[in-house]
Design a protein around this ligand. Structure first.
Ligand code: MG
Ligand code: MG
Length: 629
């Protein structure tokens, strides 16, 4: 299957766009006419640029408001079309994308549409061109692909085909089985666009919220299967209008677009092995499936001067230094099934990370039964590999660059069932809690890791988690911060052991924006641990490290839920937050921040959410604390 992208998907000028598309290894490019209008070079130069870049110009788009205009306007429309044909000749493309008429002047006549398109196809044929007719969801009379197909089918001209655009089809709630009626050779082009499900004006939805397959909620696999069943063998082309893409570096967007197509092809081949997709990897075989099991360790970049503060937090949370690295200045703090690594090694990746970000999470390791397979997936999707210095006898752990440049490790137990710390670390001679008089350990596992993400990396992040990690991505929800809105999505593994809420904010004062400012870019903002005794965990952390919660919250809580007095008093006493829904209850608390990062401890009782209802209380408390400092 050949892959293309429309220039409208990318930021920058036409030269930058062509460069980005070529760099990301597409076969073709759709030229959005506005990009040409605003460009200083002639169409002939653009043709040369695309040839030099090894790209076909798949189509010139869009030609608007053509068919069914009042008779006196049609001559002008045909003249206009001839001018586009001249332009196509200069560009060296053979396909013109024609969208259904949106003009209020258009007449409602299928016969006219058929006749006008037939005549235009005749003219195109004389010049050696083809027309692709696309129904816009907000067309005046032709609004969906069934209408468009009726017209194309009736006109029955060899140089006229239909353009199928997944956005227009799904946004009109169309039944995909109708695509079966269309022979593959009557499809001029297939445009793929995903989007979140939104209840809003279709044109606004299309112009601002389209995204690459894998970033939205549309059933793109079903769409692809329907297309392939028609026997279509032409280009699959991205046509995405998106506000984030417009403000993101075009190379990164083009690469994400390619990843999205590769992923779609892989997923379709897996779901429907009989459909000929033409798998793009060298062997033409399926990739290993994503197979992450759980968080193996979280690694902080620290330096000797700053590590004390973090160690204080960890100790109060109940962590104990259990191991140190065989050869490096790296310590391991453990508790339950949680491993926190503190990396102070000079001249290391962690130290470079520390210099930029301060105390920060510089790596996360995930355990997997197939580390090699995960590394293969990462290489296939073009996520950059990271090579580190491994001494003899140490575990060689495949690593890639994740969000915000931190490292992602894929860790696999060896055959004798050794964990990473059995191999690379030495156990401390005497394992003693730093604060022995405090209650014993009660934290169990990492519950979730929250990433603060810049606006321009938000969609890219969903793609990363979806296609590389194989996580389910929930629909975005708005969290209300006293200084703005935080948009949050959650990536979750099938076994629910990996949960990664990721947040972005356009509001400069919000919790996420302040974190991005302090941390200098995207990264881990908060880490939540589960426990089986939230009250003793809170007792141990102590008021001075805990995020204070206002009394009013508890008054409201008592009004909302019928809580027993004893529970209610304890919640107040320990600054605990509470939520309850049909499935269960949650009690949780937050610590104060270290360099913008904070911890959460939670106790779930059959409760599957994240206490989102309390997010605004937490964000207000953090903002208040910030102001008082
Ligand atoms: Mg389209
Ligand atoms: Mg949380």
């Amino acid at each position: 299957m050949k892959r293309s992208i429309a220039t409208v998907c990318l930021s920058g000028d036409l030269r930058q766009k062509i460069d980005a598309v070529s760099h990301a290894n597409y076969d073709g490019i759709e030229i959005f006419e506005n990009d040409l209008l605003l460009f200083e070079e002639s169409p002939a130069v653009v043709r040369q640029m695309t040839e030099d870049a090894g790209l076909d110009i798949v189509a010139l788009q869009p030609f608007r408001d053509f068919e069914c205009m009042p008779v006196e306007k049609m001559k002008k429309n045909f003249d206009r079309a001839e001018r586009k044909f001249d332009l196509m000749e200069e560009l060296g493309t053979d396909t013109l994308l024609l969208c259904s008429n949106v003009s209020p002047l258009a007449v409602n006549s299928r016969e006219r549409a058929v006749a006008d398109l037939y005549e235009l196809a005749e003219r195109a044929k004389k010049r050696g061109f083809k027309l692709g007719y696309e129904a816009l969801a907000w067309g005046r009379y032709v609004k969906d692909f069934q209408d468009a197909w009726e017209i194309v089918r009736t006109a029955d001209h060899s140089n006229l085909g239909i353009i199928l655009d997944s956005f227009h089809i799904f946004s009109r709630g169309k039944d995909l089985s109708l695509i079966n009626e269309i022979p593959g050779d009557k499809i001029a082009l297939v445009q793929v666009a995903d989007a979140p499900w939104l209840d809003m004006d279709v044109m606004q939805w299309s112009r601002h919220f389209r995204c690459f397959p894998g970033q939205g909620d549309f059933p793109m696999l079903e769409f692809m299967e329907a297309i392939l069943r028609t026997g279509y063998e032409g280009y699959l082309s991205h046509e995405i209008f998106n506000d984030e893409f417009r403000s993101s570096p075009c190379k990164a967007t083009a690469i994400d677009g390619m990843r999205s197509l590769l992923w779609l092809e892989q997923e379709v081949s897996r779901a429907e092995p009989d459909l000929v997709v033409g798998l793009p990897n060298q062997e033409g075989v399926l990739l290993p499936e994503a197979s992450l099991d759980k968080v193996e360790f979280i690694e902080f970049a620290v330096d000797p001067e700053s590590s004390d503060e973090l160690v204080t937090y960890l100790s109060r949370l109940g962590f104990v230094k259990t191991h140190h690295h065989k050869s490096k200045d790296v310590s391991l703090y453990r508790q339950g099934d949680i491993s926190i690594v503190l990396n102070e090694e000079p001249d290391s990746f962690a130290q470079s990370f520390y210099l930029v970000h301060g105390i920060s999470v510089c790596a996360i390791a995930y355990s997997t039964p197939d580390a090699k397979g995960m590394a293969e997936r990462a290489a296939f999707f073009g996520y950059p590999k990271f090579g580190s210095n491994v001494d003899a006898g140490e575990m060689e752990i495949p690593a890639i660059r994740g969000i915000g440049g931190k490292l992602i490790y894929f860790v696999q137990e060896n055959q004798s069932g050794d964990r990473f710390f059995d191999i690379d670390f030495v156990e401390e001679k005497e394992i003693k809690p730093v604060m022995p008089d405090l209650a014993t350990s009660s934290l169990l596992e990492v519950d979730h890791i929250v990433e603060g993400i810049s606006v321009s990396e938000f969609l890219s992040t969903s793609l990363f988690f979806r296609i590389l990690f194989g996580l389910e991505i929930a629909q975005p929800q708005d969290l209300i911060d006293p200084y703005g809105i935080v948009v949050s999505r959650t990536a979750t593994s099938k076994n629910k052991k990996i949960r990664i809420p990721f947040n972005m904010s356009r509001s400069w004062g919000s919790s996420t924006a302040r974190f991005m400012d302090v941390h200098k870019g995207s990264g881990v903002q908060h880490i939540a641990f589960t426990c089986d005794d939230i009250f003793s965990a809170a007792e141990r952390v102590g008021q001075d490290l805990m995020l204070p919660i206002p009394e009013n919250y508890y008054d409201d809580l008592e009004a909302r839920f019928t809580l027993e007095d004893e529970l209610s008093e304890k919640l107040r006493k320990y600054n605990l937050l509470y939520d309850q829904n049909e499935s269960g209850t949650l009690i949780h608390f937050y610590t104060r921040e270290i360099n913008g990062i904070f911890f959460e401890v939670l106790q779930r009782n059959k409760y599957g959410n994240y206490g989102e209802t309390n997010a605004h209380v937490r964000m207000a408390a953090q903002a208040r604390l910030r102001k008082s400092q």
